[in-house]
Design a protein around this ligand. Structure first.
Ligand SMILES: Nc1nc2c(ncn2[C@@H]2O[C@H](COP(=O)(O)OP(=O)(O)OP(=O)(O)O)[C@@H](O)[C@H]2O)c(=O)[nH]1
Ligand SMILES: [Mg+2]
Length: 251
């Protein structure tokens, strides 16, 4: 039997960023304003990686006037997953939301995540593909691949979640700790976390969220480089689900 989830006191929003000089300031500022208006106690951890532009400098300037902002540089080999894990390692909150730097995710959804976590859920996953959710300007080929991958994951893991591959999700810290070690250095962390959380028996719920395509900067995601890494991590968690005899399930 699981014990009732404790009330939460601080939300850590972890944002990986590489070459996002044009959008990082507005992402952080909008998020901070929304969270402050809605009385969500928070810190914003931005983990910058191998930037060739002014991202780090912009964050330094912003941090001087925004005490809730904690910029850090990824000191592992570069990669989306490594940056997010470094942010999760440093978080002081008892819950985390992983969010993108490119203004694709909606700050109001972060508040909804916080509210749902506080209702006692251990994970809150957003879906852009359910009633009330939506996408704006999603590139067609990417959308096709996304729907294929999520269909495949639904079958493989026998779950009803239809947007597993999106990183923008919320977890209690107990879940993050229970999913360690996190081994994906790249974008494949986006599926390692939710799939492990589900397989290890944490409670989860789904809410509709919205997403819009970036208007500045360039996409860092490369399907050719990531395809086999996604497959690797999905099969790894699938093997855990069916062959580990519950050794890693939450206690
Ligand atoms: N620290 C760090 N952040 C990264 C790295 N690669 C991507 N990111 C960040 O991860 C987030 C998602 O990357 P995107 O380039 O937006 O990937 P995407 O959403 O698939 O691509 P778009 O369609 O262009 O939005 C952004 O905030 C990036 O700045 C990396 O190697 N290191
Ligand atoms: Mg993006």
């Amino acid at each position: 039997m699981t014990t009732p989830a404790a009330a939460l006191s601080l939300l850590s929003v972890v944002i990986p960023a590489r070459d996002e000089e044009d959008c990082i300031a507005s992402t952080v500022e909008h998020l901070h304003i929304e969270l402050r208006l809605r009385n969500v106690p928070h810190e914003i951890i931005v983990v910058v990686d191998a930037s060739t532009d002014r991202t780090w400098k912009v964050l330094q300037e912003l941090a001087a006037k925004l005490p809730e902002l904690r910029p850090m540089q990824n000191n592992s080999p570069p990669g989306f997953g490594a940056a997010v894990v470094q942010g999760l390692d440093a978080m002081k909150g008892d819950a985390a939301v992983i969010m993108m730097a490119d203004e694709s995710d909606d700050c109001r959804d972060v508040v909804r995540y916080w509210e749902k976590l506080n209702e006692g859920n251990e994970c809150v996953f957003g879906s852009r593909f359910m009633k009330g959710g939506g996408v704006i300007d999603y590139p067609r080929f990417k959308l096709f691949l996304n729907r294929m991958a999520n269909f495949f994951l639904r079958i493989l893991f026998n779950i009803r979640l239809n947007d597993t591959t999106n990183a923008f999700k919320a977890y209690r810290k107990t879940v993050i700790d229970g999913c360690r070690p996190l081994i994906s250095p790249h974008f494949n962390l986006t599926v390692e976390l939710p799939l492990k959380a589900i397989v290890r028996g944490y409670t989860w719920t789904v809410i509709p969220i919205t997403w819009r395509n970036r208007r500045h900067g360039v996409a860092k995601f490369r399907i050719k480089e990531m395809g086999s890494r996604y497959l690797f991590i999905c099969l790894y968690v699938w093997l855990e689900k069916y062959f580990s005899r519950g050794d890693y399930v939450r206690r």
